[in-house]
Design a protein around this ligand. Structure first.
Ligand SMILES: Cc1cc2nc3c(=O)[nH]c(=O)nc-3n(C[C@H](O)[C@H](O)[C@H](O)COP(=O)(O)O)c2cc1C
Length: 266
């Protein structure tokens, strides 16, 4: 066969495609378990950052695993607030479940302040302990902003009313506008704010404009994101939905009952 014949060119191309496809397939298969492990580690990191247990935004694997030892995860049946042991915690995937008709719940329009239409019937909740005393509850939250669904964690004090921290680990809001949800100075305002009123109804709000001591209900408000009212309202809506009666409300109520008379970190 001639060195530069068309047949030879085609054969070389086919061979090259074959070798490359073997390489890509092998890499995908070999890296799958590493990717899974990194995904789990990433969730842990985001949860620890949102709750303020770690501050370094780029912690090492060891730092994450050590800090995570204080965390106990459980899976909650959101309609009853009961914890269940039907699912494996490490592989629990709320997003996958929300797409499965058997495990999903269609949110009534008048209750859907997060704008997500559907959620899984079950979701994770995390309890954080300090010297065997409950110090925080961390809940996964998500809701619509302007361009995207924001995914994050909200950390509450054991009284379930006071916010300890917030963090979004996934969204596609505009950097400098809605993307300011990631701004540390803005997030720092959340700690100490009231998520729920004295009747345990969601009250938290991202304000329109700056919050001052004279702002009405300033104890439950943080500054609005300037030029990003839609994202700001989305954040208000998602916090109120997930802490409300149609989501974690029953779980939080059960938790408060179970903590009556017990020692908790204040
Ligand atoms: C390119 C572009 C990107 C924008 N990104 C966002 C965003 O991420 N979040 C948001 O709420 N508004 C965003 N806006 C602005 C909204 O369209 C809307 O004007 C704004 O939310 C109103 O907020 P304001 O009342 O604070 O100005 C963007 C506008 C433009 C032109």
């Amino acid at each position: 066969m001639q060195k530069d014949s068309p047949v030879r060119t085609i054969l070389v191309a086919i061979l090259l495609c074959f070798v490359c496809s073997i390489l890509v397939t092998s890499a995908a298969v070999l890296l799958r378990s590493k990717q899974e492990k990194n995904k789990i580690l990433d969730v842990k990191k985001n949860l620890l950052l949102a709750s303020g247990i770690i501050q370094n935004p780029k912690p090492t694997e060891q730092e994450i695993l050590e800090a995570y030892e204080t965390v106990r995860a459980e899976i909650v049946d959101l309609s009853s607030g009961e914890t269940v042991s039907t699912f494996e915690i490490e592989s629990f995937d709320e997003r996958k479940m929300s797409k499965d008709p058997k495990h999903s719940y269609k949110i009534p329009v008048d209750k859907d302040t997060a704008g997500i239409k559907v959620r899984a019937k079950y979701n994770l909740a995390y309890k954080i302990f300090e010297n065997d005393e409950l110090s925080m509850i961390v809940l996964p939250v998500n809701g619509k902003g302007l361009w995207s669904t924001l995914y994050g964690f909200i950390a509450l004090a054991p009284d379930t009313r006071i916010i300890k921290g917030i963090g979004f680990y996934e969204h596609a809001e505009t950097p400098g506008l809605g993307g300011e949800v990631d701004n540390v100075l803005w997030k720092n305002q959340w700690a100490g704010k009231l998520a729920l009123d004295e009747n345990y109804q969601p009250i938290f709000q991202v304000n329109k404009g700056v919050v001052t001591p004279s702002t009405v209900n300033h104890e439950s408000k943080v500054d609005g994101l300037s030029g990003a009212t839609i994202t700001s309202n989305g954040v208000t809506g998602l916090v109120r939905y997930w802490l409300g009666e149609d989501a974690y409300g029953p779980y939080l109520e059960k938790l408060r009952q179970s903590l009556k008379g017990k020692r908790v970190k204040t």
